[in-house]
Design a protein around this ligand. Sequence first.
Ligand code: MSP
Length: 661
Amino acid sequence: MLKKPKFYLTTPIYYTNGLPHIGHTYTTVVADTIRRYKRMRGYEVVMTTGTDEHGVNVERAAKKAGMAESEFVARMAAAWRALWDELGLSADEFVRTTDLRHVRTVQWLFRLCRENGYVYKGQYTGQYCIFDNAFVNDAKPGDNCPDCGRPTETITEENYFFKLSAFQKPLLDFYKKNPDFIQPETRRNEIVSFVEGGLKDLSITRTTIRWGIPVPGEEPHVFYVWFDALTAYLSAVGGPEFERRGMWPADLHLVGKDIIRFHSVYWPAFLMAAMQPVPKQVWAHGWFLMDAAKMSKSKGNVVLPRPIANMLGMDALRYFLLREVVFGQDGNFSYDALVTRYNSDLANGLGNLASRTAALIEKNFGGKIPKPGPLLSPDVALAEGASSAIGEVLGRYDTLDFARALECIWSVIAFADKYLTTEQPWALGNSEEEQSRKATVLWTTAELLRIVTVLAHAVLPASTEKVWTLLGLPGSVAAVELDGLRWGQLTPGKQLGPAQTLFPRVDKSEAIERIEAMANEELNPAPGAPPAKPASSPTSGGAGVAAQAAPEKIGIEDFAKVEMRVGQIKSAERIVGADKLLKLTVDIGTEIRQICAGIAQYYEPEKLIGRKVAVVVNLAPRKLRGVESNGMIIAASVGPEGRPVLAGFPDEDVEVGARLK
Ligand code: MSP
C-alpha cells in the first residue's frame, strides 16, 4: 500500500495569561477544518496547538494569583486544553513551552545556531514592551508601544544576539523561490519590503527575566520569548529527532496578522542558521473585531466561545467564523449576524432540507431510499450543479477560501430547495408514472444532500454526521474520500436512519440575551459561584484561578467588594431588537451612567424617570445587544418566569449616591 502523504499544520501557541476568546478560537477552528479536510483528501495529518508559558507577563500574573509560575501555567494550560476538548477542537499535539521535550529542542537549536557562527554576546539597551514581550524598535524613552499603546520601559542588559542581518539575502532568495511561502499576497509584499529594508540582529536571550528556559552553562540567561515560542512547532513533532516522526517541516503555520513577521522572517532564519528544514507556508489571517476594535477584557467587548457553543452548537460557531469573513481579512463579530446566519443558513437551509427530504421519503417510500426513474431536465440540471460544485468547493478549500467554499455549498442547497418547490413531490399521486417521478425527485434530493454533507463535513463535523445517520449511510462521513466523491453513488433501497435534531430555529432576541448572560457570568463570576464548566477552567488570569477555590459562604470583605449606591433614573428607552432590555441613564451621585436593564417587559420607560433604584456601580462594563452597560440595577426575581421587581426606597427620601451596606 502506498504511504499516505503527510501534512503538518499548527496554530500559534497561545499565551497563558488569559483564556481563549473568539479570536483564538478562530485560528483553532480554521486549523481543525483544514485537518479534517486534508484527512478526507487522503493525508496523514498532524495538527499542533499549545501554550506559550514563559516571560514577564506570566511571572506577574502568577504573583497576582499568589502561585508559583509552574503551578499557574499548569492550571492555565489545563484550562486551554479542556476548553479545546469541550469545543471539539483538541489537536493531535498540545505542546507547552515548559515541556521537557521543548526545553531540549530550544537548547539544541541554539547550540546549532551558535556552532554555525550565528550567535554572539552583546549589550542591548532599548525600549521594551513587557505586554508584548518585545523590544520596540526605534522607540525612545517615554514612547508607548505602537502595538498595544502601553508605556515601554528602558532596559539594558547583556544578551545573546542572533545574526539576523546575515539572512537578508537568503530570506529574499527563499521568498523568490517559494512565492507561496507567505500568504495572502498582501502580507507577502509587506514582508518582502520589510526584509529589503535591512534586518537588524536580534537579541534572543534575557537576563532580566527569571521565568524562561535557561541557556545551558550561561545562567542567568534565559531564552527570549520568540526563540523559545517558535521552536515549539518543532518540539511537538520530535524536536532534534524530528526525522523519526517524519512530519517536519511544517506544511502550514496558521497565524494572525500581528505575528506574521516572527513566523516568516525570524523562524526561517533560525532554522536556516541551524541548517534545518524550513516550513513550507505561513498563512496570516485577519482579526475578528468587536465594534471595529480589538477585543479586550478591560473594554468589556470580549466574545467567548463557550456560551455560543452552548446556545447554538459549536458547528454554528464554526460555520459563522468561516462563512462570514473572507479568510485573510478582518471581520466584525456580532451576535446579531451570528444568529441571523444560524437561522437562515443552518436551520432553514441545511437543517430544513435534510428533515424535509427524510420526511418525504419516510411518507412516500416507507423510509427507503427510492430508485430513480427516467431523468428529466430539472434532475439533470441539479445533478450537474452538484457535480460541478464538488470541484469548485475542493478548489476553494485548497486555497483556504472557506467563505466561498461554503457559499458554493449553500448555493447548491438553495438550488435543491427550489427544485423541491417546483417539482412538488408531495403533490404527485399514486399512479405508476407519478410514483416513479416522485422516486426520481426524492432520490435526486437525497443524493444532493449526501454530496453537500460530505463537502460541508470539515466545517460542520457534528451535524453532518447526524445527516449521514439520518440518510442511513454506513460508517462515518469523515471516512469518505473526497477524491472519489461523484454524483450517483447513493444506493437505492437502503433504509433511512433515525430522525435527528439538527438546527432548531431560535428566537433571535432570546438567543442573544442567553448568550450574553452566560458570557457575563463567565467573565464576572459571582463571588462563591462555582467556576464555569469545565470545573478546572478559570475564566481569566489570576482572578479566575482564585475564584475556583472560593468557599460557598463569603466573608464580609467579599461583600465589601461590591459597591452599591442609590441611583436616580434620568432617562429610559427601549432598545431596537431587544424585547427585554431598557437603556437607562442613571445619576449615581458622582456621575451619570448608562446602564441596560432586563426589565422592558414589565416597566414602561416613561414611568421610570425620577425613580430611585439600587445600583451596583463597580461592575466591569459590558455590552448587551451592542449597547454599553456600565453598572447593574438590582431587582428581585419573582415567580416562575422571573419577573423583575426593582429594589427601591419608598419610605424615605434617600440621597442619590448614598452607599448601600
Ligand atoms: N504566544 C504568541 C504566539 C507564539 S506562536 C509561536 C501569541 N499568542 S496570543 O495568544 O496572543 O495570540 C495568538 C493568536 O491569536 C495570534 O495569531 C493572534 O493574531 C490571534 N488573535 C488574538 N486576537 C484575535 C482576534 N480578535 N481575531 C483573530 N485573531 C486574533 O501571539
